[in-house]
Write a protein that binds this ligand. Structure first.
Ligand SMILES: *Cc1c(COP(=O)(O)O)cnc(C)c1O
Length: 379
């Protein structure tokens, strides 16, 4: 069967050469805008492309403001800072995520708490979240207090895994009830919608990534989105060294970050965003091809969850056992077809293994069985 899968993927990508998991495509105005940017000499922290990208991105996802950052991790870090997450706070997230989510929480001096995911969305489970809070938390003075540690559970960061929206409206309702700030890690979900609303726009703030393997890329880059003008202004301020605007004086009114996206990267992103709808259609067509093929093999293909439109950023299949998964990874990777397992659960990593967890049965099940398969835009 593995031989058949490799042949199918080679056929689908019309090559027998190495097939990577996700390659960027620069088939629009990238070179033109980059050249314009270089000719203008505004290649760094100030420039028209940054402003243009922020406007166009906000419009695309349907949020009032977008603030570009140097990468997605920085966008997440600042999102947490905006929600006042600091030393001694706790932040609920899912164990099945890329390391950046937990790193950002840790940069604030806060501690992650791991709550299980849903099998059908691969994202944070509202049912598991409700159970965790009912069992472990109480409201005191309008704050959610963890009864075990006595600390404030300040925020919750669900992640839309591989672009599949989690049940974000239910999660939002729970967070509201418990006075927990909702921050979406939408790094993987540009172009994914839950009940016709763009992911990343449900919480107070959302973060996206434009790393080389994402839906659109600027080499490295990220963005924070919000509908709140005060938060948007503060995001811009602290990502640009907290400098008080003045024609010549250098006065900074707090410890800020040098997290601004360079204009060069923004030029690339403006061109990439022009093509995002084409990329999405192309990726959804590929997903349909995979879906039909794996159905014929009786292999489970991870499909768009209910009430959602997904970007199919990375296609994934679920194998029956960990042993099968390992054999599949071995076979495909040694036959020029790049595949990879889902992330090692965050709560297993040395830096995070001491933190509190809910029941993680679904995450453990998925960790052993999920494999990503080549998902680039085909041209
Ligand atoms: C890519 C990604 C990020 C951000 O990564 P950067 O490389 O810093 O842009 C954050 N969270 C998740 C889940 C991601 O996949």
């Amino acid at each position: 069967m593995y031989e058949k899968i490799v042949a199918f993927i080679q056929n689908t990508f019309a090559t027998k050469n190495f097939i990577p998991l996700h390659e960027p495509r620069f088939i629009g105005n990238e070179k033109k805008y980059l050249n314009e940017c270089i000719d203008s000499t505004f290649v760094s922290s100030v420039g028209a492309y940054v402003d243009r990208f922020e406007k166009e991105f906000a419009l695309y996802v349907g949020s009032k403001y977008a603030i570009a950052t140097v990468n997605g991790t920085a966008a997440l870090h600042v999102s947490l800072v905006l929600m006042d997450v600091g030393e001694n706070d706790e932040v609920i997230t899912q164990p099945l995520t890329f390391i950046a989510t937990c790193n950002a929480i840790t940069y604030c001096g806060a501690k992650p708490i791991f709550v299980d995911v849903d099998k059908e969305t691969l994202g944070l489970s509202p049912a598991a979240l409700r159970i965790f809070l009912d069992e472990n938390a109480e409201i005191r003075e309008n704050q959610c207090i963890n009864k075990t540690t006595g600390k404030v559970i300040k925020a919750c960061v669900p992640m839309h895994s591989f672009g599949h929206p989690c049940k974000i409206d239910e999660i939002k309702a729970i967070c509201d009830t418990w006075h927990i700030a909702l921050i979406e890690d939408a790094a993987e979900s540009l172009g994914s919608y839950y009940k016709s609303q763009h992911t990343g726009t449900f919480g107070k703030v959302g973060a996206f990534s434009f790393n080389g393997n994402k839906i659109i890329t600027s080499g490295g880059g990220g963005v924070i989105v919000t509908d709140d003008e005060v938060l948007a202004k503060r995001a811009k301020h602290i990502t640009t060294t907290a400098k008080v605007p003045h024609k010549w004086e250098f006065v900074h009114d707090e410890i800020g970050f040098n997290y601004r996206l360079p204009n060069l990267n923004a030029a690339l992103l403006v061109a990439q965003l022009e093509q995002v709808n084409y990329f999405l259609e192309n990726k959804r067509a590929l997903a349909k091809i995979y879906e039909d093929f794996f159905e014929s093999l009786d292999v489970q293909f991870i499909k768009e969850p209910k009430d959602s439109k997904t970007n199919y950023w990375l296609n994934a299949i679920m194998l029956d056992t960990k042993e099968q998964r390992d054999l599949f990874l071995e076979y495909t990777n040694s036959h020029g077809v790049m595949t990879r397992p889902i992330w090692t659960l965050m709560n297993k990593l040395e830096m995070f293994k001491m933190f509190q967890c809910g029941d993680l049965s679904n995450a453990i099940y998925l960790e052993e069985r999920i494999v990503n398969i080549p998902s680039s835009v085909r041209i």
